[in-house]
Ligand binder design. Structure first.
Ligand code: SF4
Length: 152
């Protein structure tokens, strides 16, 4: 197997980076092994974009902007975090990312519908979309075994 670097949503590794100040740790033996091997590069695009933790929940709107539930436009911070993620991947030659599903930054298959009513729709977060557009393969936390197969 190669010894790749994998960009990982920091919250999946137990970092309390989420909007609510919590984490979403994934207890998977492969992830633990990769972490011990030094393959993982933890990253939170929303924190990197300058947003505080905790912070208001935000969702992507139909026009592409990212808004909080209180109506504040936070698109520029989301874009900044995404661009820094891409720069990090390019600097470190990272070709794979394991990103938290459903997040407006990290979601790779579904996101919330923009109405703040807990409904998901098919779509990608801002960072996942930018990385994918630049050839980085994105996997969600439900696809760790698939990522393993890809690396093998
Ligand atoms: S932006 Fe991504 S890494 Fe940061 S807390 Fe949300 S899902 Fe996790």
């Amino acid at each position: 197997m190669n010894t790749p670097k994998i960009l990982v949503s920091a919250c999946l590794l137990g970092c309390p980076a989420r909007y609510d100040g919590q984490s979403k740790p994934v207890n998977h033996p492969l992830l633990q092994r990769w972490h011990a091997n030094g393959w993982l590069v933890p990253y939170c695009p929303e924190q990197a974009g300058g947003l505080p933790t905790p912070r208001p929940a935000a969702e992507i709107q139909q026009d592409g902007r990212v808004m909080t539930g209180e109506g504040k436009d936070v698109t520029s911070a989301f874009l900044k975090g995404a661009e820094q993620a891409l720069a990090l991947c390019q600097q470190q030659k990272i070709k794979y990312a394991l990103l938290k599903e459903s997040s407006p930054s990290c979601g790779s298959h579904d996101i919330y519908d923009g109405q703040f009513r807990g409904r998901k729709i098919q779509g990608e977060g801002i960072t996942a979309h930018l990385l994918k557009a630049h050839g980085i393969r994105i996997f969600s936390e439900q696809q760790i075994d698939e990522l393993f197969t890809t690396l093998s």
